[in-house]
Design a protein around this ligand. Structure first.
Ligand SMILES: Cc1cc2nc3c(=O)[nH]c(=O)nc-3n(C[C@H](O)[C@H](O)[C@H](O)COP(=O)(O)OP(=O)(O)OC[C@H]3O[C@@H](n4cnc5c(N)ncnc54)[C@H](O)[C@@H]3O)c2cc1C
Length: 402
C-alpha cells in the first residue's frame, strides 16, 4: 500500500524501452504497476540513438503486441551487411531472422501508449523518482513533479529502468563495473538517399567504423565512429570530417542524392557499464543494468529482453506471495549468463584496439562460408552466445583454408 492509499506490486522508474516493456508484461500477469517517468509528454522520445533493434528482441516485440504497430508505421525489417578490409562484404542472408530499424520518434510513443493503456499500469508522467524508500531492502520510491509536489509510493518490487546513468543504482548502492570506450560517434539523418535500399551496412575500418541504417519515411542514419585520436580533426571541421569519412567508405552512401534533415549529433563519451541486475527488493533493466558500446546496436534489444526475463523470473513470486528475492537472484543470473559473454566481447572491441589475426580469419571465413556466416550472424544479432562460434561444425569450417 502506498502512503496515499495505492497498493502497487511494482514501481517502475523510467518509461522508455525497458520500463514500458516491464510495466506492460508485469500488468499482463496481473500486477498493479506504477510507471514513473520524468518527461511529462506521452509522446516524448530519446534522441541519442541510431535505432537498429537486433533480431534477438523480435520475440519480445511480438509478445508486447508492438510488432504490428511498428510495421504499420513503416519500420524496416533489418539485418546488416558488414565490410572489413580483409573480408570485403559479409552479406547478410535473406532468410536471416529480422529485427527492426525504427526511429525512436516512432517507437517510444507507440510503446509508451501501449504500456499506459494496459489495465493495471498507472503512468505517472512528469514525475521523477528522487529517492529509494526503505533501508537495505528497497520498498518503494519517493517521487516529485515539477510543482515540487511529492508522493511516497510503496511497492514490493522497485524496477530501475532509468537508463545509462541510473540514479536508482546510486541510491540503492549498486555500482557498475566500467570499461572505457576508445571511439566517439557523429551522425545525421538523410532523407531520400538513392539508390533506395532497406539494407543496413556497417564498416569495420580498423580502428574507425561507420554504419548506415535505413528507417521508415525514407530516412537513413549515417554514423561515423572514429578512433579517439581523430577528435581534433572533427572538432576543427565536424561536417567536413564526417563527409570525408563517408565519402571514403567502400560502396558508401551517395549523400548528394539526399537531404540532410538534422544537425550533426555527437556522442563523445560512452563508457561501457555492467552492474548486477538485481539485489533484494530492486531490479535493473535495460541500460540501467548494462550500457554497452552502441556500435553493435544492442541497447534497445537488450532493454526489451531484460525486462521480459525479469517478468518471467519474478511475476509468480511477486503475485503469489512467494520468495521474491530468490526470484530476483534468478533474474540476475539469467541476465549475466545471457549478456556477460556478449558484453566482454563488445567492450574488448570498443577499446579501439586493432582487429586481431583471429578476427581477420573469422571475418574472411564468414564472407565465403555459409556455415560460418550463419553462426557469425546469430552471434552478431545476439540470438546466440559467442560460444556458438566454438561449435565443432563451425570450428571445422573455420579450419578450412581460404
Ligand atoms: C549514440 C548512441 C547510439 C545508439 N544506437 C543504438 C542502436 O542503433 N540500437 C540500439 O538498440 N541501441 C542503441 N543505443 C542504445 C539505446 O539508446 C539504449 O540502450 C536504450 O535507449 C535503453 O533503453 P532504456 O529504457 O534502458 O533507457 P532509456 O531509453 O535511457 O530511458 C530511461 C528513461 O528513464 C527516465 N528517467 C531517468 N531518470 C528518471 C527518474 N529519476 N525518474 C523518472 N524517470 C526517469 C528517462 O526520462 C527515460 O525516459 C544507442 C545509444 C547511443 C548513446
Amino acid at each position: 500500500m502506498s502512503s496515499n492509499g495505492n497498493p502497487y506490486d511494482v514501481a517502475v522508474v523510467g518509461a522508455s524501452v525497458a520500463g514500458c516493456t516491464a510495466a506492460r508484461l508485469f500488468a499482463q500477469r496481473g500486477a498493479r504497476v506504477a510507471l514513473i517517468e520524468s518527461r511529462p509528454a506521452i509522446d516524448a522520445y530519446k534522441t541519442v540513438c541510431t535505432h537498429f533493434i537486433q533480431s534477438s528482441a523480435t520475440p519480445t516485440i511480438e509478445k508486447l503486441g508492438l510488432a504490428p504497430l511498428l510495421e504499420q508505421r513503416g519500420a524496416v525489417r533489418n539485418s546488416v551487411d558488414m565490410w572489413t578490409r580483409d573480408s570485403g562484404w559479409i552479406v547478410a542472408s535473406d532468410d536471416a531472422p529480422y529485427g527492426y530499424n525504427v526511429t525512436r520518434r516512432t517507437l517510444d510513443p507507440a510503446l509508451r501508449r501501449l504500456a499506459a493503456e494496459t489495465p493495471g499500469v498507472e503512468l505517472l508522467a512528469g514525475w521523477s523518482a528522487i529517492a529509494v524508500r526503505g533501508g537495505d531492502r528497497p520498498s518503494g520510491v519517493e517521487i516529485e513533479n515539477r510543482a515540487h509536489d511529492r508522493k511516497q509510493l510503496d511497492a514490493r518490487l522497485v524496477v530501475a529502468a532509468d537508463g545509462r546513468d541510473s540514479k536508482l543504482a546510486r541510491w540503492a548502492g549498486v555500482p557498475g563495473r566500467v570499461k572505457p570506450h576508445g571511439r566517439f560517434f557523429y551522425w545525421g539523418y538523410w532523407r531520400g538517399l538513392r539508390p533506395a535500399t532497406t539494407r543496413s551496412k556497417m564498416w569495420l575500418l580498423n580502428p574507425d567504423c561507420a554504419y548506415t541504417f535505413p528507417m521508415e519515411d525514407d530516412l537513413t542514419v549515417v554514423l561515423v565512429g572514429p578512433h579517439r585520436e581523430r577528435l581534433p580533426e572533427f572538432r576543427a571541421d565536424l561536417e567536413g570530417a564526417h563527409r570525408r569519412m563517408v565519402d571514403g567508405l567502400p560502396d558508401g552512401p551517395a549523400l548528394e542524392t539526399g537531404t540532410l534533415e538534422s544537425k550533426m549529433i555527437g556522442k563523445l563519451e560512452l563508457p561501457n557499464v555492467f552492474r548486477p541486475a538485481a539485489r533484494p527488493g530492486i531490479a535493473f533493466v535495460g541500460d540501467a543494468a548494462l550500457a554497452a558500446d552502441p556500435l553493435w546496436g544492442v541497447g534497445c534489444g537488450w532493454a526489451f529482453q531484460s525486462s521480459e526475463w525479469l517478468v518471467e523470473e519474478t511475476a509468480e513470486a511477486l503475485l503469489d506471495g512467494g520468495d521474491l528475492d530468490t526470484a530476483l537472484d534468478r533474474y540476475r543470473r539469467v541476465h549475466r549468463r545471457r549478456l556477460l559473454p556478449h558484453y566482454l566481447n563488445i567492450t574488448d572491441i570498443s577499446s579501439g584496439r586493432p582487429i586481431n589475426p583471429i578476427e581477420r580469419h573469422l571475418y574472411g571465413a564468414a564472407a565465403r562460408d555459409p556455415v560460418v556466416k550463419r553462426a557469425f550472424e546469430a552471434v552478431g544479432s545476439r540470438r546466440r552466445s559467442p560460444a556458438a562460434m566454438f561449435h565443432p561444425r563451425v570450428l571445422a569450417h573455420l579450419a578450412r583454408p581460404a
